[in-house]
Design a binder for this molecule. Structure first.
Ligand SMILES: [Ca+2]
Length: 136
């Protein structure tokens, strides 16, 4: 399937690394850190959602912002009722994960997921300050 060219402003922002377009998704960051709940709200207010990588390419897109800001980012996943089982915010189980070795190991005490600088994931409490990355 041929992807339509992004609009001109999109090309400029892409060149600057301000946005990353992967498949049908566009990722962007406020370049500011916030806790999980505020990140969800900020992305929603911008008519998007918190970054939710579903495959390696999308994960690499989010990683590019994490590296650029040198700050971990929360992802759009939370822990379900079963400790260690993470899901999308709508409750659907994940079919792609990229956990850091040994993670998740919060045993129900770390309900959110953060991305490390190498793109791997760690379950983490939700109240830390992490880079806001949204997808559209
Ligand atoms: Ca952890």
């Amino acid at each position: 399937m041929v992807q339509p060219d992004p609009p001109k402003y999109g090309q400029t922002l892409t060149l600057n690394g301000k946005i990353v377009i992967v498949g049908g998704k566009l990722f962007a960051s406020t370049e500011v850190a916030d806790d999980f709940d505020n990140t969800v709200k900020i992305c929603k207010a911008a008519h998007g959602t918190i970054a939710t990588p579903r495959n390696e390419k999308e994960n690499n897109a989010v990683k590019s912002f994490v590296i650029r800001a040198n700050t971990y980012a929360y992802l759009g996943f939370t822990e379900g009722h079963v400790p260690g089982e993470f899901q999308f915010l709508n409750g659907v189980p994940l079919n792609y994960t990229n956990w850091y070795e040994g993670e998740p190991k919060g045993k129900g005490a770390e309900k959110c997921v953060e991305m490390y600088l190498d793109g791997t994931w760690n379950d983490k409490i939700c109240s830390k300050s992490r880079l806001t990355v949204c997808e559209f």
